[in-house]
Design a protein around this ligand. Structure first.
Ligand code: NAP
Length: 250
């Protein structure tokens, strides 16, 4: 395990991987990257890595103390709400500093036909009682859609889900995606509605461009609530924050 100044980077997002690369190159912090372990074959990472849950906020606080961690950067995915709350509680309990790195949410523009919903259950409900051809890009939690089997679903995931809604077609693919590819997917499958989480970022935004052009409706699942934490929106800002913190702490 690294010697102080120790930093824990909570990963699982594109930004976390990018920050890990810069931290590894700079060597100013003895940083460890933590992944939940959901992805069977995670991409190679630049930093020393640990994998798996800590055992809630208390387990995370124990880990921070045991490894002399002074700074935690929570760069988990915008939809990983529990880890955000755990990071807040654990850093408060052991006096470590906490920064949230979170890319901005997507915002509807001219020509977009978005329906905003708070969660996946509401997204499935928003599809309505009449059968529609639906592209689901919300990950492996498909149960709310399986309970509405009258729609024809195309499910796009990075890794295979445990089960599919009846009659659904599975498309396994990992972004980034291009507008051309997304246009073809919508056209070839005759998609009428796209369901997506408001992940933000460029890697998966092409589907929104394609939906706008094709007049495809979008059901947009809003981000979950997170605790109030000092937040930056990109890696450059996170590095500036870390430079300031380093000057203060060491
Ligand atoms: P979550 O609800 O916030 O976390 C559930 C539990 O997983 C946490 O309580 C924690 O277990 C463990 N965990 C989460 N992130 C971790 C990390 N970076 N290192 C170690 N343990 C972690 O998150 P989730 O929605 O299940 O997502 C799991 C991971 O996948 C996150 O790291 C996230 O960045 C990534 N991800 C999520 C989504 C999404 O849409 N939810 C999309 C892409 C990537 P303990 O309480 O035992 O510590």
């Amino acid at each position: 395990m690294p010697e102080p100044p120790a930093l824990l980077l909570l990963g699982g997002s594109t930004e976390a991987a990018a920050l890990a690369r810069v931290l590894a190159a700079r060597r100013r912090w003895a940083a460890v990257l933590s992944l939940a372990g959901r992805t069977v074959r995670p991409a190679a990472q630049a930093l020393p890595m640990r994998v798996g849950g800590f055992g809630g906020a208390a387990g995370l606080a124990d880990w921070l103390r045991a490894h002399g961690v002074r700074v935690v950067v929570d760069a988990t995915h915008p939809f990983a709400a529990r880890m955000g709350a755990n990071a807040r509680a654990a850093t408060a309990a052991c006096g470590a500093a906490l920064l949230r790195l979170e890319r901005p949410a997507w915002v509807a523009g001219t020509g977009d036909r978005w329906t905003a919903v708070p969660d996946l259950e509401a997204a499935a409900e928003a599809l309505g009682p009449a059968p529609r051809r639906v592209l689901l890009t919300t990950g492996r939690e498909l149960e709310p859609f399986a309970r509405r089997p009258w729609h024809r679903y195309v499910v796009r995931c990075i890794e295979p889900p445990a089960g599919l809604p009846p009659g659904a077609e599975l498309v396994l693919a990992r972004g980034p995606f291009t507008p051309e590819g997304e246009r073809a997917l919508l056209r070839e499958r005759g998609v009428e509605v796209l369901v997506t989480k408001n992940a933000g970022g460029d890697a998966t935004a092409a589907k929104l461009v394609a939906a706008r052009e094709a007049g495809v409706a979008v059901v947009m699942v809003a981000r979950p609530q997170r605790p109030e934490v000092e937040t930056v929106r990109d890696v450059a800002a996170a590095l500036r924050w870390l430079d300031r913190k380093e000057a203060l702490l060491f």
